[in-house]
Design a binder for this molecule. Structure first.
Ligand code: XMP
Length: 326
């Protein structure tokens, strides 16, 4: 529509003015904001932009491919992928405490991002064009929340794992700074981004690392990925993506219960469904999903995911419960 087209052209013009001939980099998380910010900058300055995707191995099924294949196909962006799955698993080995997991993931993410950044900078400098700008997907509500000043990007990026280092050497480009989430989605659609990226529900930076209650292992990640993919597919098939703000699927890796499956007794893990409705994630209520949908999800997960013999529903509002379990 007209308004989105105006926003788009206006932003593209502004970005060109700000960046000029310089080089710019942008981290992609798989989420909407960074994707739309990157696509806008790409539209404005083309190959002066290099995107960095640190794959920490904690994304859900299909999400890394969405970035590496679909996003690149839609935008033609130059992408640097850092495959760091092993690094994160190693760093998380033996750790169950939620805050410690978050700290480790945040720390490793910043390190991995900086390493990627240095590799790209070496290349750029060899070509005589150092990188001067860093793109951030800061939205208007983030700016308001943090008082609008210079610190705005920092607060957001602290929350979004993989944020800015303290000694920032780049000037920031924030093309979404005046936009609300729905406008960002509209601009993304206008830019031709895939619906799966533009319509994506909120997902925490530390990813599945904080949806496994207990130690994070490759085996547990695989199990949770399968369960989560089933729950998401069924929610979408029921046409309820827009009713539900987000639906964390959580593996209680340290809990086991007795079940009976096939020929015998099992001793497996529970999967928790945490569908919530919310306006802004500050408060939330549990979503009253239809029983037949819950039944389908439960049947499929217990039938199709080895090691899971029970599916439970979280019926806690926020407060007192947070949306995530960790
Ligand atoms: P809680 O669990 O605090 O979550 O009710 C509120 C919202 O924030 C998301 N969340 C995060 N997002 N990095 C993020 O980018 C994080 O570390 C993080 N932790 C929670 C959560 O999914 C929900 O939308």
């Amino acid at each position: 529509n007209w308004t989105t087209r105006n926003i788009l052209e206006e932003q593209v013009e502004r970005i060109r003015e700000q960046i000029g001939d310089a080089r710019v980099i942008c981290g992609l998380s798989g989420g909407v904001d960074s994707a739309v910010a990157a696509a806008l900058v790409q539209r404005a300055v083309g190959d002066q932009l290099t995107c960095v995707f640190v794959d920490h191995g904690l994304l859900r099924e299909g999400e890394a491919e969405q970035v590496e294949r679909d996003f690149v196909a839609a935008t033609g962006v130059k992408l640097y992928v850092a495959n760091e799955q092993k690094r994160f698993l190693d760093a998380l080995a033996g750790v169950s405490d939620p805050e410690t997991k978050r700290k480790i993931i945040g720390r490793e993410f910043i390190r991995a991002f900086e390493e990627a950044e240095r590799a790209i900078m070496r290349e750029a400098e060899a070509e005589g064009e150092p990188i001067r700008f860093l793109v951030q997907g800061t939205l208007y509500p983030d700016v308001v929340e943090s008082g609008g000043g210079e610190g705005a990007a920092n607060i957001k990026s602290h929350h979004n794992v993989g944020g800015l280092p303290e000694d920032l050497q780049f000037e920031l480009v924030e093309p979404l700074r005046t936009l609300f989430k729905d406008e960002v989605r509209a601009v993304g659609a206008q830019l031709g981004l895939p619906a799966e990226i533009v319509g994506r529900q909120p997902f925490p930076g530390p990813g599945l690392g904080i949806r496994i209650v207990g130690e994070v292992t490759e085996e547990r990640l695989e199990l949770l990925r399968k369960a989560d993919a089933i729950a998401r597919a069924e929610l979408t098939a029921a046409g309820l993506d827009n009713e539900v703000w987000q639906m964390p699927v959580v593996l209680l890796a340290d809990v086991r219960s007795v079940g009976v499956q096939g020929d015998g007794r099992t001793y497996g893990h529970p999967i928790v469904l945490r569908p919530v409705s919310s306006e802004d994630a500050m408060t939330a209520d549990w979503s009253r999903l239809p029983y037949d949908l819950l039944a389908r999800i439960s049947n499929r997960i217990t039938n199709e995911v080895d090691g899971v013999n029970r599916v439970v529903l979280d019926v806690t509002s926020k407060p007192p419960g947070t949306i995530e379990w960790e």
